[in-house]
Design a protein around this ligand. Structure first.
Ligand code: PMP
Length: 398
């Protein structure tokens, strides 16, 4: 049956990695795919996870199926991170969490669940957003609408336009928002701006769908969840897709969570019952290992402390590379102002490099950057930073 069918294009980001792998230049640099790398250029297993895994090997007694929503202790651990241990949402059982295969699995579970009860709802996404957002919601049958977000001139958020658009989103539609470390721009809403968004969501009755893939990569586990706490305090319906891929380094263990919050424990129980049906016909029940490893860390005070330190280490390394990149370009006489890269948060930087420059860097220097200019700052190391700064400076003068 495939004879007449044209091959699908490679995924824009993962396809870049394929091209990178084929490149024979020993000095090649991959600033494309969004995984953390340490200064040696590797994506390490966190020490806290290594210790947890050793414990698991010694104590695990079965590989039997997990329940459809996963291990309840995992859900409880996720909720403490999302809302804070003494949150009212937790005390009043207004939240239900399902362990999902990564943040992607959480997004798709949420998309399918909401579609069932709001079949005509559109999903609103930021301009720009992580490319897979559109893919996931389109696959779930949604029409996609865009809200203004990144301002390429000010390198900030188009706040007024964003607010105006959100004011006009019809009740029942879904609005997808990045909680922190916006991918791809690295530019987030702050403090009172979130208050305003929550106020509009409550007044207009659209459903906030929060994507929380980078908790801990902005400022800290606690500070990064500020927006989630504000939505929780509003007493409205919303959902959260969260992921331990980045902050626990559990990328290939597919360890994420889908959390539903409603105004009451009763409504949450109903929502959970339907979410379970959604999961059952999709992947049936989640993979266990990553969740067990994360839970082992979360449940042990010493391992938890170690994890907090390791997350801080990843965050600080990325911040240090931002500074080195900006200062390195200044030192090479680049006149264009790149100082905003220091202010951006999380793993990504919307570098401001044009598609022509991005292409030039790939062809001439074997430096791989996603079209649109998104740089994975964690791909920079003390070994390649000078090469990258030299190359960008040359490209801008060329
Ligand atoms: N949301 C955003 C914004 C992301 O950047 C990512 C990962 N690139 C995800 C969700 C999905 O993460 P996971 O790998 O856990 O599926």
């Amino acid at each position: 049956m495939w004879k007449e069918i044209e091959a699908a294009p490679a995924d824009a980001i993962l396809g870049l990695t394929e091209a990178f792998k084929k490149d024979k230049n020993p000095g090649k640099v991959n600033l494309g795919v969004g995984v953390f790398k340490d200064d040696a250029g590797t994506t390490p297993i966190l020490n806290c996870i290594k210790t947890a895994e050793k414990k698991l090997v010694e104590t695990e007694t079965t590989k039997g199926y997990l329940p459809i929503p996963g291990n309840p202790a995992y859900g409880a651990g996720v909720q403490k991170l999302l809302f804070g241990a003494d949150s009212e949402v937790i005390r009043s059982n207004r939240a239900a969490t399902l362990h999902t295969p990564g943040g992607t699995g959480a997004l798709r579970t949420g998309a399918d669940l909401l579609k069932k009860f709001k079949p005509a709802a559109k999903v609103w996404v930021s301009t720009p957003t992580w490319a897979n957002h559109k893919g996931i919601f389109t696959a779930a049958g949604y029409e996609i609408a865009d809200y203004p977000y990144y301002n390429a001139e000010t390198k900030g958020v188009k706040y007024d336009e964003l607010i105006e658009t959100l004011e006009g989103v019809p009740a029942g539609d879904v609005v997808l928002m990045h909680v922190c470390c916006h991918n791809p721009t690295g530019v987030d809403l702050v403090g009172e701006q979130w208050d305003k968004v929550v106020e509009i969501a409550k007044a207009k009755g659209w459903t906030p769908f929060l994507d929380f893939a980078y908790q801990g990569f902005g400022d800290s586990i606690e500070e990064d969840r500020a927006a989630v706490e504000k939505f929780a305090a509003a007493g409205i319906d919303f959902v959260v897709a969260s992921s331990f891929s980045k902050n626990f380094g559990l990328y290939n263990e597919r360890t994420g969570a889908f959390t539903i919050v409603t105004p009451s424990a009763e409504e949450t129980a109903v929502a959970l019952s339907h979410a379970k049906l959604t999961v059952r016909v999709n992947y049936s029940n989640p993979p266990a290992h990553g969740g067990l490893a994360a839970l082992t860390v979360l449940a042990d005070d010493a391992l938890y402390e170690q994890w907090i330190d390791e997350v801080a280490g990843m965050r600080d390394r990325i911040k240090a590379m931002r500074a080195k990149l900006v200062d390195g370009l200044v030192a090479r006489g680049v006149e264009q102002d790149f100082s905003y890269i220091k202010e951006q948060r999380g793993m990504f930087s919307f570098s401001g490099l044009s598609d022509d420059i991005v292409e030039w860097l790939k062809v001439n220097k074997s430096i791989y950057i996603v079209k649109g200019g998104r740089i994975n700052v964690a791909g920079l190391t003390s070994k390649n930073i000078d090469y990258v700064c030299d190359a960008i400076a040359e490209a801008l003068k060329a």
